[in-house]
Design a protein around this ligand. Sequence first.
Ligand code: EPU
Length: 339
Amino acid sequence: MSLQVQPHVSLKPYNSFGFAVRARAFAQAQDDGQVRAALAYAQAQQLPLMVIGGGSNLLLTRDVEALVLRMNSRGIRLLSDDGHQVVVEAEAGESWHPFVQWTLEQGLAGLENLSLIPGTVGAAPMQNIGAYGVEIKDVFAGLTALDRHSGELREFALEECAFAYRGSLFKQHPERWIILRVRFHLQRGAVLKLNYGPVQQRLQEQGISTPTALDVSRVICAIRQEKLPDPAVLGNAGSFFKNPVVSAELAGQIKQQHPDLVAYAQTDGQVKLAAGWLIERAGWKGFRDGDVGVHRLQALVLVNYANGTGQQLLALAQRIQNDIAARFAVHLEIEPNLY
Ligand code: EPU
């Protein structure tokens, strides 16, 4: 089918904050051919091309002067299965959580800790999504991307993706690569990662001593539902700031004044601080300014109550950044992509 391009489309349904900015042009791609058609259209119209997935890691502060292309390709397949190790491939437009559920229903373990993360399969490697001790890079088996410069397909192996904490090569160069499909190493028979305290605690409380991947997924869904607002109900983009990584010296200074600081030692000697803790301690948790605010249960999540704008939310984020810098000498980096 040929690509349908619509002019002046509201992006409200396509970003999880629910900000009502408009795209100069909008289209949805079901397959590689339509992605190529969108590239050609944008070039012919001399418009930039902005590719989006679920729009759940996106802060839109103004109308988008571009062709916005929503990846909507579908398809999940087993590429190999030796009875233990399995490689699964999914198209970029598949919604992440239903994909995770599908793998669990097939008896495949590996993605359970990443349950209920909003967004799509294609967006997952962009920011190396992570939760409860697992990141995409831990289960990543490769991806296929379209090179916007040459128009050729390129296969990426793990070591070529520059995966980092909420970062990757693809996040660094969004104008270069369009992720078309992603592959994952999964296992029959669970090798579970349970080092995140609250997950273990929940399982114990429920009397589950030898959990399955489905048990872990169920517990993680419950924890997320308690703390993180559902974007379908309250606009948000998950964690709004990255957890900052600081020198051991600075972490020590803060800890002297605040012994209950939540901090995690890194292998390189630096220390990762819980940004949610810093923001809560600075008094912002539950703060509301008009229609934007800081979630009352998780200070790392900024929310749009209904009719807020991206500019209002960004202004609030900057106030928080300035306050945290003044109080703790720590810079908070914004996590979602900003437009
Ligand atoms: N905390 C507070 N106050 C708050 C929020 C958190 O004191 O308002 C403390 C908690 O008590 C806890 C610590 O901070 O001791 C960490 O909190 P939590 O376990 O909720 O995780 P997080 O560091 O705030 C990160 C990820 C989440 C991921 C969770 C679980 C980032 C930026 N965020 O949040 O990812 O789900 O860990 O692994 O790394 C996302 O990226 O959108 C996201 C939700």
